[in-house]
Ligand binder design. Structure first.
Ligand code: 26Y
Length: 803
């Protein structure tokens, strides 16, 4: 899209005036942001409409990505960039005496997700549009996003995240496309006068689902796809609204707040309501849309692919069956064939506690018709499986087990494709978590290693690096990431290495300024910036990182001239509000930070920064400044990880266990260009099987480790209540579930290697360059292309970008 600066200024002024009826000079930052956002939205609205019309006119196959979580990040800059308007806008604003960066900060960052899974969904939305694949998102418009995290005396406190307090310029409420979602009541089947079985309901609670559409802008290709988020409202139609005011109270609750948990699953009725609400509205709206294609129903799988992002939307399967059976009057066999061919499922976790299981009684009461259908799916599954595979396998794979509905089993049985998110993770699904299903349906299993969008995570968040790559390899890599490998050719080029080191230092200086501004901590930009940013979970082992910091602190105290290269340890992590242990780890890190940062013996050798309220916007500030990427989960536990990919693409060196996508990072960049430590996944499995792990023995036999662990409880760290004891206890007395002690020694050694290498700036920068140049395979564009080709059978409709 091309537009002159002059034209922009004129249009923007007009936009502002039409909204606020006075001149832009008098506008607040927020008003100016709103006007700018709406200006950009106006620019893309034509493409948005045309994209939708083209899809229908050409009867193209469309993908619907169902996810309970999306983490799009701020959209102003990214939309302007993808439209090709960003430079003009920045220039125009400057001429008007305004700063783009300042206006941008006024945008709320929608925290409609917990972590990796939600951010992945948003990277995928960006790639779908940029590849010109007809792909839509379907999710929930939570009124409150993931809690806003504050530290009070080092403790995490959760505050409501009212992201819609200010207007959201990107969304369009689409009253024309509302649906009705039914909960509870009684349901039965009755023959009607034509001899058809009809489903009858009484006393249901009817909830109005209102869609809010948000444009998903492709990179310079005139494509604008749609993200549809549903909001629950009380029906206005008198006939539907026969409940008392009191009875409709729970309706408002349904889309009020995001479930703030990334793993610890609790049986919560509200969560099940949310899942069905989103699924039912989504499927209804898809089937309504399909009618516009004027094709027989059996062709649905040729025109529609529904993707189930983890089990959370797995009720798509019985909901689709319900509509095809009850409303479209297909036979079970016809309905099942359509549903099965339409649906596909991605698993994102092997953590047992995160695998959803709903009590049958709860499901029956809340979703009686859906439960009847699940029962029938299960009955038919057992009927066909039992004679071939026998009792054991059949009962282990059944959907209904011991009073619960096993959602992963429902998802696998009802989908034609099941995938994991990194090579190792998919192997673990096939050999362990879903091994019985792998025996039943080997052809359904496949791997799709995660990816990230370089547009947000490199082009926009690291303009210095982007400019350097443009200069060295040309601009083609922006549309064809594989071109990045050309950058490898510069690994020995002195001038390039020097420039790369300068850019990193500038990024670190910027982050250092920000750290001082928000945390009041002064850090040296020449120190190693060592970054661990992800949800807080015991398996991710932020406490291993903490123990190493504590170890370094004790070493410095004992011998102030110890040869440690100055290091800034940077954390960003939210803990689930109910996850006590994770919150204790946060408290210990914060107290340790206070101790270390204020000890004059330590000086610049060691600084610890724990950012509050980690999220997409903060990640964009931290990642370009990172030297070390901490990916230290216990091998086999992290399905993939995606911060590992973002950090690598920005030139950080990975310090990692061989877990998740770290293994592929190693395959692409080479072991010699990262720091690998710890047990392998195979060793973890063996150690668990042997059952003879003895954490106390390690504690007692390793002096350094013992001294470090003892410092958790002997008053070394002021300000702790019992948090130090809790962590000590879990590691020493409760036998260290995630093998922290086992991996400690090898972790410390890896850190020594980091220090050694950093002393050789040229060599460090060379490895950094190789990491950047090897990061192309993690482009979400490639990941999405593989999903489209192998699973969805969806074609690129528009050609990929102009410049
Ligand atoms: C059941 C419910 C409480 C629940 C809610 C959210 C369960 C899980 C989740 C979120 C899981 C998640 O974010 N998983 C992460 O997905 C990323 C994208 O595939 C992976 O990179 C990462 O390893 C995995 O932990």
């Amino acid at each position: 899209m091309s537009i002159t600066t002059k034209q922009f200024i004129k249009d923007f002024k007009a936009q502002f005036q039409s909204m606020y009826a006075y001149s832009y000079e008098e506008g607040s930052t927020e008003q100016l942001y709103n006007a700018l956002g709406l200006y950009v939205k106006n620019q893309l609205s034509g493409n948005w409409k045309e994209t939708r019309e083209k899809y229908v006119k050409n009867s193209v196959k469309q993908v619907f990505y169902f996810s309970m979580e999306f983490l799009p990040g701020r959209q102003l800059e990214s939309n302007a960039y993808n439209l090709g308007l960003l430079d003009t806008i920045k220039k125009g604003l400057k001429e008007m005496g305004l700063s783009f960066d300042e206006l941008e900060e006024a945008e709320a960052d929608p925290a409609l997700g917990n972590g990796g899974l939600g951010r992945l969904a948003s990277c995928f939305m960006d790639s779908l549009a940029s590849l010109g694949i007809p792909g839509n998102g379907n999710g929930i418009r939570y009124q409150y996003g993931l809690f806003r995290q504050k530290f009070v005396d080092g403790y995490q406190v959760e505050l409501p995240e009212n992201w819609l307090r200010h207007r959201n310029v990107w969304e369009t409420r689409n009253d024309k496309s509302t649906c009705m979602v039914r909960f509870g009541g009684n349901v039965w089947l009755e023959k009607n006068h034509l001899g058809f079985m009809e489903t009858k309901y009484e006393n249901t609670l009817n909830v109005l689902a209102v869609p809010y559409d948000t444009p998903m802008v492709g990179y310079r290709n005139d494509v604008v796809n749609n993200l549809r988020l549903w909001s629950a409202e009380i029906p206005v139609d008198e006939e539907e609204n026969y409940h008392t005011l009191e009875a409709t109270e729970p309706i408002k609750e349904i889309t009020q707040v995001l479930y703030p948990d990334d793993s610890n699953y609790e049986g919560r009725l509200l969560r099940l309501k949310q899942e069905y609400f989103m699924v039912s509205a989504g499927v209804q709206s898809i089937l309504r849309h399909y009618r516009k294609y004027n094709l027989p129903r059996k062709n649905i799988p040729d025109k529609v692919a529904i993707h189930i992002n983890d089990t959370h939307p797995a009720l798509v399967i019985p909901e689709m069956m319900r509509i095809l059976l009850d409303e479209e009057h297909l036979s079970w066999e016809q309905a099942w064939e359509i549903t099965f061919k339409t649906c596909s499922y991605t698993n994102h976790t092997i953590l047992r506690e995160a695998l959803e299981k709903w009590p049958i009684d709860m499901m029956k009461e809340l979703l009686p018709r859906i439960y009847m259908i699940i029962e029938e799916i299960n009955r038919r599954f057992v009927e066909t499986t039992l004679p071939i595979y026998g009792e054991r396998l059949t009962w282990q794979t059944a959907i209904l087990q011991n009073g619960v509905v096993n959602m992963a089993h429902l998802a696998v049985i009802g989908s034609h494709s099941v995938n994991g998110v990194a090579k190792l993770h998919t192997e673990i699904l096939m050999n362990d978590v879903l091994k019985d299903f792998f025996q039943l349906y080997p052809e359904r299993f496949n791997n799709k290693t995660n990816g990230i969008t370089q547009r947000r995570w490199v082009h926009l968040s690291n303009p210095g690096l982007t400019k350097l790559i443009d200069k060295k390899v040309g601009e083609d890599w922006k549309k064809k990431p594989s071109e990045l490998k050309v950058f490898k050719g510069f690994e020995k080029d002195k001038q390039t290495l020097q420039k790369l080191a300068e850019i990193k230092l500038e990024n670190k200086q910027r982050l250092a300024d920000y750290i001082e501004e928000v945390q009041g901590i002064k850090v040296d930009p020449k120190a190693i910036f060592d970054v661990q940013i992800k949800r807080l979970h015991a398996y991710k082992r932020q406490h291993l990182n903490m123990l190493h910091i504590l170890y370094r602190y004790l070493e410095i105290k004992e011998n102030p001239s110890v040869d440690f290269v100055p290091r800034v340890f940077i954390f960003g992590a939210k803990a689930a509000p109910s996850y006590i242990y994770a919150k204790q780890i946060i408290k210990v890190i914060n107290s340790l930070a206070r101790l270390v940062n204020n000890d004059p013996d330590v000086g610049d050798k060691l600084k610890v920064v724990f950012f509050e309220n980690y999220g997409v916007s903060l990640a964009e500030k931290i990642i370009p400044a990172a030297d070390i990427s901490e990916q230290i989960s216990l091998a086999s536990m992290e399905a993939s990880g995606t911060s590992n990919m973002k950090l690598m693409a920005n030139g950080a060196l990975t310090l990692a266990t061989l877990d998740g996508a770290n293994i592929e990072i190693k395959d692409f960049v080479g072991e010699e260009n990262m720091f690998i430590f710890g047990l392998s996944s195979k060793e973890v499995y063996e150690l668990k099987a042997a059952g003879n792990y003895n954490a106390r023995e390690i504690y007692e036999s390793d002096d350094k480790l013992r001294r470090t662990l003892d410092a958790l409880t002997n008053g070394t760290i002021p300000g702790l209540q019992d948090e130090g004891y809790a962590i000590f206890d879990s590691l020493v007395n409760y036998n260290d579930e995630y093998f922290v002690l086992k991996d400690f020694d090898s972790y410390v050694k890896a850190h020594k290697k980091v220090d050694e290498l950093y002393k050789n700036e040229k060599e460090w920068t060379r490895k950094s360059l190789l990491n950047i140049a090897s990061s192309a395979p993690f482009s979400a564009d490639y990941t999405i292309k593989r999903y489209a080709d192998d699973i969805w059978k969806a074609k690129q409709f528009s050609k990929q970008g102009r410049s």
